[in-house]
Every structure is written in C-alpha cells, then in structure tokens.
Design a protein around this ligand. Sequence first.
Ligand code: PXL
Length: 262
Amino acid sequence: MKKCALINDLSGFGKCSLGVGIPIISVLGIEAHPIPTAVLSNQTGYSSFAKVDMTEHMPAFFSEWKKHGFQFDGILTGYFSDERQIDAVLDFIKDENALLVVDPVMGDSGERYKGFSDSLCEKIKALALSADIITPNETELYLMTGEKDAEKAAEMLLDSGIKSVIVTGIKKDGLIGTAVYEKGRHAEYFAEYREGSFSGTGDMLCAVVTGKVLAGSDVFSAVKTATDFISLVIKNSNISDRNDGVDFERYLYKLGAENRAE
Ligand code: PXL
C-alpha cells in the first residue's frame, strides 16, 4: 500500500488536523503515518486550551523513521507552532522522493493567526516553496506573495516551481469555492455557501486532495471530489459551535466507495 506521512497537530476536541487527516487518508486506501507537531486538549479557537509542544521530539521521531527505512509516497504538512519543526521537516524530506503537499497554515480573513511571527511565516513559506501542491486560503496566498490578485499570486508561485496551487475559501455570488492553478490550466469548483467558517474543513480539503492524488487522480478531479465532499458535510452538520468541527464521519463511506478495493 502507498504510505503518507501526516505532519500536523492532534487536537482532542474541535475536529481538525490529524483528527480528520488520518481517517480521510485511510478511507482513501492510503496508509496514514502521523507525526504530531503538538498535542492539544482542543484546538486553539476555543477560549482556552492545554498544549504539549512536540518540537523537541520531532527530530528523534524522524531519525527513527529513517533508521527503520520507512519510505513514503506522500507527505502532507499542516499546523506548525515553531520554526524548528519546519527545520526538522526540511531535513527529513531532503532524501525522500515523495509527493509533498503543504497547507501553509498562517492565517485567515485577512489576518495572521495568533502566535504566527514573521520568522515562522517565512519558514512556512520556504517549506511551501519546495512543495508539489499547496493549499493556501486567500489570506495565506497574500502572505506568501504580497500580491493581492489571486491569479498573479498563483502565477508567481508556479514560477517558483510549485506544480499546483489550490486556493481555498473563495466566496463568490453566495457560493464558496476552490481555485486550482497549474501552468497552462486553471479551474474553479464552487458549492453552496453556509454562513460561517467551520473548524477543520481546510484540513479535510488537503487530506482528500492528497489521498486522491496518491490513489491516482489528477489534481483537478481530486479538488472537485474534495469540494463536493466538504459541501455535503457542511450542509448536513448539526453545528452549535464552529470550533467543534463538522460531521464528516457520516460521509467517509462516500470517499471510500470511490476507492474501494475489489
Ligand atoms: O484547522 C483547524 C485547526 C487546526 N489545528 C489547530 C487549530 C485549528 C483551528 O483553530 O487551532 C491547533
């Protein structure tokens, strides 16, 4: 089976990051191998949380993986809380020949997330520039390029060698969508918009895209599957607090059905 390393936080409440990445990658028929960047009682959107930072442990975890000769077809990265975590990842990927998907988690709605310093954002950008696929939202696209026009920003990133730039959370005419830019090809996929933003849906998008691409899809159809899946989940979720996340578990079987082994 194909193997994907998932480098992200583990939040015990507020379905997101590894909590959604592991089941989604698994149901798509790809082995999920997590390394947590942090372990949290609950994600940081709630009014308080407890956190164990994994920065000091990550190099040893990667060394063990190397020592055992574990090899990966894909590597998906998400939330980082410390620049040294990214140094550890950059060191790990230098002799891996894997598809690298980077969700450059830095901010949203025009603002950086709490605790994301200039130097951390620069490191995230450096990692993203070595990726095959990135999944920024519009704020992160701007933070990466300083360019307000999405198409021009995506072009700049493609010129630096990224193969696919997937821009999430684009709102247009009461719809919400995802744009995909590759050299010479561009498409947008829209779905019904439900007011609000919901924890973990960005993490779901990059997990679906990574899993589908590793399973053999092209990036455009992978993004269409991801957009349709998230739209279906949001529409059918009973949400009282946006921090809790969405009810994706009930629809995992749909992703699985597309990839069922005979
Ligand atoms: O993508 C959602 C997410 C993931 N991980 C952590 C978070 C959040 C959202 O706030 O705090 C730690």
